[in-house]
Design a protein around this ligand. Sequence first.
Ligand code: IPD
Ligand code: CA
Ligand code: CA
Length: 258
Amino acid sequence: MKRIREVALRAAKKAGQILKKGLEGEVTVSYKGDLNLVTNIDHRSEEAIVALVNKQFPGHQVLAEEGHDRTEPSPFRWIIDPLDGTTNYSHRFPFFCVSIAVEIRGKVQLGIVLDPLRNELFFAEKGKGAFLNEKPISVSSVTRLSKSLLVTGFAYDVRTDPINNFNHFINFSMKAQGVRRTGSAALDLSYVASGRLDGFWELKLQPWDTAAGSLILTEAGGKLSDFSGKSYSIYDSELLASNGKIHREMIDVLQKVG
Ligand code: IPD
Ligand code: CA
Ligand code: CA
C-alpha cells in the first residue's frame, strides 16, 4: 500500500500543477454534450496521471473520465477524475480539483482530492481516518437540518430529463439554513468530511466523481446512503452524504414526492 500511496500522491500533485498552470494559458473547450464540456487541460491532466500509474503499476485497471481506461483483470482499479469542476474551470471560476481513488477487490481503499488553488489536499485510507494537509478532519456536529448548510449539483441532462433534482433543491431550500451549488462533487464530499458543509445529495454522479470523496467522508465519520437510506455504492446513481446527525431528516425530505 505504501507504493500505491506514494504514486497516488505524486500523480495528484502533478495533475494539480497542470490544472493550476493551465489557467495561465489558453483553455480550449470542446463539447461532449449540450452542457457537458471537456477542456484541453482535462486531457493533459488525465494523460499525466495515467502515464504515471501505467508506468508504476502496468497490471492495474484504470477507470478515468476522459477514457484512458485499462480493463484487464486485476484486483486493483484506479478511479480518476483529472479535473472535477470542468465548467468552473472553463470560466476560470476558482473551484475545482483532481480526484484519485484506488479500489482493491471492489472496495475503495485510498482517496485523494486535491484543490491546487487553495493548496488543500484531502486524503484518506480505509480504516486510518481522513486528513486535510495531514491534519485529521471530522464531520460537523450540527444536529438539525434547519441549522445546516447543504450542497448539491445537477447532472448535464438537467434540461432534458424530468429527473433533474429541482424538486429536492426546492424542498431542501425550504428546510435548511442554506443550499449551495459549487460545481465540484469531489470537493463537496471533502467539505462535508471537513465540517465546512453538513450534507450533500446528488443524482447521476459517476464513480470518478465520488470514489475518493466518499472514502474521505466515511473516514471523517460521515454517513453515505442512497435517497432511501439503503447502502451506497460508487456505481449507484443516488448519493446522500452527511455528517450522520442530519441524515434521517435529509432522507425524509428526499422521500417527499414532487
Ligand atoms: C461534475 C461536477 C459537478 C456535478 C456534475 C459532475 P465534471 O463533474 O462534479 O459538481 O454536479 O454532476 O459531472 O464534469 O466537472 O468532472
Ligand atoms: Ca467530475
Ligand atoms: Ca471531470
